[in-house]
Design a binder for this molecule. Structure first.
Ligand SMILES: Cc1cc2nc3c(=O)[nH]c(=O)nc-3n(C[C@H](O)[C@H](O)[C@H](O)COP(=O)(O)OP(=O)(O)OC[C@H]3O[C@@H](n4cnc5c(N)ncnc54)[C@H](O)[C@@H]3O)c2cc1C
Ligand code: FES
Length: 371
């Protein structure tokens, strides 16, 4: 019997219930201050030759760092006089570790990841906005469900946090974690994942896939794509799927899962990429009405709705400002916008009229439902 099927049969004797994955209002639930917070790097952990974790502690005792598993920080990193914003997901689970960590893969030719790897050491200070993002899981201690997590490379970062959170907070739930990496020395959190497997046995099943496996490798051989994920899961159907990794891998996994009859709404994914600025921007100024407050602001050509609102003194939630995190999501009730793509909005969010204020340029007058 394949490992995943045996794992599932060994646990559930009743059909699994369906679960709400997130609260739609979670993103707006807390008022965020936009002043950056200072975080001291307590320790740097060399996870693999190209990946480092930064263990953080808040430098301001009066402003503790609260986050949910799956959320990220937006670091504000000054390099040669220019401040760059980059998101990094928490790799620790809230409550599980005394201090939170973020984990950064050094991208070939990457500006900020290289800067972090080369210049940031224990004792250094980082600036960041408040935790954001809704790639999260609403846990329920009474729940008994199976959640599958599919990670490609550094995409394991939010997933390992979510896995630990699920297993800690839902004693009757189980998790399958499929991790894809290029080679054995690039497996991120190998030791920690093995410890989680041992601590939470038999509720966690882990399978590693290697693009280039060494001789004698007993895990999955080949890149972790949709076909291999389906092969690994066999007949098993999870109540929810969380996918994070390179774009082609995520697409392949989503297509395979949907093709196998999994409801698209039960598949959640997180992109680590940012939108490219839209090429043909509107050339005329436009009026934006924020219906909740009745405030009206003028967006100049080339100004996003977020910029126009903030310049006019509105407190609009935002984090990465590049279409990567979803913190600036608002619902448009009328008008047209030109958007920078691809961004992190889901098909469902688009159908429901949501836009990202940081990526949207008003093409004529626009009304925003919130704020
Ligand atoms: C919600 C979210 C969470 C994230 N979490 C994590 C995480 O936990 N860990 C993590 O490591 N990353 C994470 N990321 C990605 C991270 O924010 C950065 O994008 C990543 O570190 C690369 O930043 P960089 O400045 O090093 O690279 P950049 O300088 O932004 O470059 C990115 C890539 O593009 C290439 N490039 C740059 N300029 C050009 C150009 N002009 N033409 C062609 N190619 C170019 C570079 O060579 C590089 O490969 C996350 C992103 C998002 C949106
Ligand atoms: S602020 Fe991150 S998507 Fe807009």
């Amino acid at each position: 019997m394949p490992a995943v099927a045996a794992f599932v049969r060994g646990w559930f004797s009743e059909p699994a219930a369906t679960f709400e994955l997130r609260s739609p209002s979670a993103r707006w639930g807390t008022q965020r201050s936009h002043a950056p917070r200072r975080l001291r790097v307590a320790k740097v952990i060399h996870e693999t030759p190209t990946v480092r974790s930064y263990v953080l502690e808040t430098a301001d005792e009066a402003n503790p760092l609260h986050f949910r598993a799956g959320q990220h920080l937006t670091l504000l990193v000054k390099i040669d006089g220019t401040t760059h914003r980059r998101c990094y997901s928490f790799s620790t689970a809230p409550g599980a570790d005394a201090r939170p960590s973020i984990t950064v893969r050094r991208m070939p030719g990457g500006l900020v990841s290289r800067h972090l790897h080369e210049t940031v050491n224990a004792g250094d200070m980082l600036l960041a906005t408040d935790p954001a993002g809704e790639f999260t899981l609403a846990t329920d201690p009474a729940a008994s469900r199976l959640v599958a997590f599919v990670a490609g490379g550094v995409g394991v970062t939010p997933l390992v946090s979510l896995v630990e959170c699920l297993l800690r907070q839902e004693p009757a739930s189980r998790a399958i974690l499929l991790c894809g990496n290029r080679s054995e020395d690039e497996i991120i959190f190998r030791g920690r994942i093995a410890e989680l497997e041992a601590s939470y046995a038999p509720r966690l099943l882990v399978q590693h896939a290697l693009h280039t496996p060494p001789t004698g490798w007993t895990g999955i051989s080949g890149a972790l794509d949709g076909r291999r994920v389906l092969d690994a899961l066999g007949e098993v159907r999870a109540d929810a799927y969380f996918v994070c990794g390179p774009e082609p891998m995520m697409q392949s996994v989503r297509e395979a899962l949907v093709g196998a009859g999994i409801a698209p709404d039960s598949i959640r994914s997180e992109r680590f990429a940012y939108a490219n600025v839209a090429k043909a921007l509107p050339t005329l100024a436009a009026e934006i009405t924020f219906a909740a407050s009745g405030k009206r602001v003028t967006a100049q050509p080339g100004q996003t709705i977020l910029q126009a609102g903030i310049d006019a003194g509105l407190e609009l939630p935002h984090s990465c400002t590049m279409g990567g995190c979803g913190a600036c999501r608002v619902r448009k009730s009328s008008g047209d916008v030109v958007a920078s793509e691809p961004n992190c909005l889901t098909d469902r969010e688009r159908e429901d009229g949501y836009i990202l204020a940081c990526c949207s340029y008003a093409d004529g007058d626009v009304t925003i439902e919130n704020h």
